[in-house]
Design a protein around this ligand. Structure first.
Ligand SMILES: Cc1cc2nc3c(=O)[nH]c(=O)nc-3n(C[C@H](O)[C@H](O)[C@H](O)COP(=O)(O)OP(=O)(O)OC[C@H]3O[C@@H](n4cnc5c(N)ncnc54)[C@H](O)[C@@H]3O)c2cc1C
Length: 375
């Protein structure tokens, strides 16, 4: 298999590498500041990296999911949080393009793809996490030409976003709505999270929030399917981000082992130090191959649901383990807030939750294998 080797794909990867070189030195400081990376979002937009997997007619590059995954990995090797802006922008643009009214598309698609605006997904609720198809308690009711939303979503990443994309129940079933976050009656209360600190995450509440009918994405009753169809490749891109972060952690750990001496010899000469790094390098390479193959299946119109779930069930946990081992290899230095090793570990853990946990992916794989859900 020969993935990502066309001249166009190579040149996109070169652009991403140059940007990653610019981003890497500021990673620790941006994490410490915990401020949404608007400047870095704009840099991604200027480099045309936000719409790689978005059709050209929607304003994207139409370059595909595989090259998007490769770019996510490259950017995440410098800064996981900044890389996550890529799959979020792509998923947002796909949802808006596929299901949005003309008004919504014109208002939001160009700034999202240019890196001038951000949208968060407000799907999870206190009573509906893994199972987002469970009874959605946030309600949207018709009031004349408008919809009025009431309820609480308790996990929206990118909480500085100008737009929330909200799953809400209607009398005809769940529907998706575009809600500007400065709408009267809407509050966004940030969490103090362990990782993903640049992007932030919040509880979002709706108290009589009014939006026009043009803010509705698609027909009531189809909301869950619309959301899941976009998350199908997005969860693989999340995993590509995890691989990028873990690769950078491994690279630094190996370099440290070559440089650092104990008992008269470098750590690189110790089997106890190097063998875990060797095994993890092997596992990471295997994970990357499965991930690339999955995105290639998606790009070529072949079924990829099981493969995507296998990736998301395996890769985040693997990459968390790698980032932990890499931090330990660097010793006490890696534990300091001055060192990227601990930022990578905290950031890569985000991938264990966002877009579905490992167990939920295992349920999907088992269902694809047997036709029944072991849940
Ligand atoms: C950093 C972060 C960012 C997030 N960003 C967003 C966002 O932007 N938008 C959004 O809508 N949500 C977001 N989420 C929420 C995320 O999607 C949920 O955390 C995730 O879907 C799991 O839901 P839950 O936390 O309610 O866990 P639960 O569904 O309560 O599950 C708890 C645990 O039980 C396991 N489990 C559940 N059911 C089963 C079963 N049947 N069999 C075996 N094991 C099971 C799960 O794997 C999990 O480990 C984010 C979460 C985090 C931590």
């Amino acid at each position: 298999m020969d993935f990502g080797q066309s001249p166009e794909e190579r040149s996109i990867q070169d652009v991403a590498r140059r940007l990653a070189d610019l981003l890497a030195p500021g990673y620790v400081e941006r994490d410490r500041a915990g401020v949404f990376p608007w400047k870095e979002l704009a840099m991604l937009g200027e480099a045309s990296l936000l719409g790689l997997n978005v059709p050209e007619e929607a304003g994207g590059q139409g370059a595909g999911e595989l090259i998007t995954g490769m770019v996510c990995e490259i950017i995440a090797s410098a800064d996981y949080d900044v890389a996550s802006l890529i799959w979020q922008a792509g998923s947002t643009a796909k949802l808006l393009h596929r299901h949005g009214s003309d008004e919504v598309r014109e208002r939001w698609l160009p700034p999202v793809l240019a890196g001038q605006a951000m949208a968060g997904f407000a799907f999870t609720e206190p009573g509906a996490g893994s199972d987002i198809s469970a009874a959605v308690s946030t309600r949207a009711r018709r009031d004349g030409a408008d919809w009025v939303l009431d309820g609480e979503k308790n996990s929206m990443s990118f909480n500085a976003s100008q737009l929330a994309i909200v799953l809400a129940g209607t009398p005809d079933g769940p529907a998706v709505f575009c809600v500007p976050t400065d709408s009267p009656g809407m509050t966004v209360a940030p969490y103090d999270d362990l990782g993903g600190r640049q992007n932030g995450r919040a509880v979002v509440t709706f108290d009589g929030v009014r939006v026009p009918d043009s803010a509705r994405l698609g027909d009531p009753g189809r909301g869950v399917g619309q959301v899941l169809s976009v998350l199908g490749t997005s969860k693989v891109l999340v995993s590509a981000g995890a691989i990028g972060t873990a690769s950078a952690a491994l690279r630094d750990a190996v370099a440290w082992a070559q440089d650092r001496s104990t008992y008269g010899a470098t750590l690189a000469t110790r089997q106890g130090v190097m063998f875990p790094l060797v095994d993890m390098t092997t596992e990471l390479e295997a994970a990357r191959l499965l991930l690339h193959r999955t995105l290639w299946l998606a790009d070529t119109g072949q079924p990829y649901r099981k493969d995507a779930a296998m990736v998301k069930a395996w890769v985040p946990a693997l990459c968390t383990r790698i980032c932990m081992q890499a931090m330990v290899t660097v010793g006490h230095v890696g534990f300091s807030r001055e060192h990227p090793a601990q930022v990578r570990l905290r950031d890569v853990m985000v991938t264990e939750f966002g877009e579905g946990t490992a167990n939920v992916q295992r349920i999907i794989v088992a269902r694809e294998m047997t036709g029944v859900s072991p849940n």
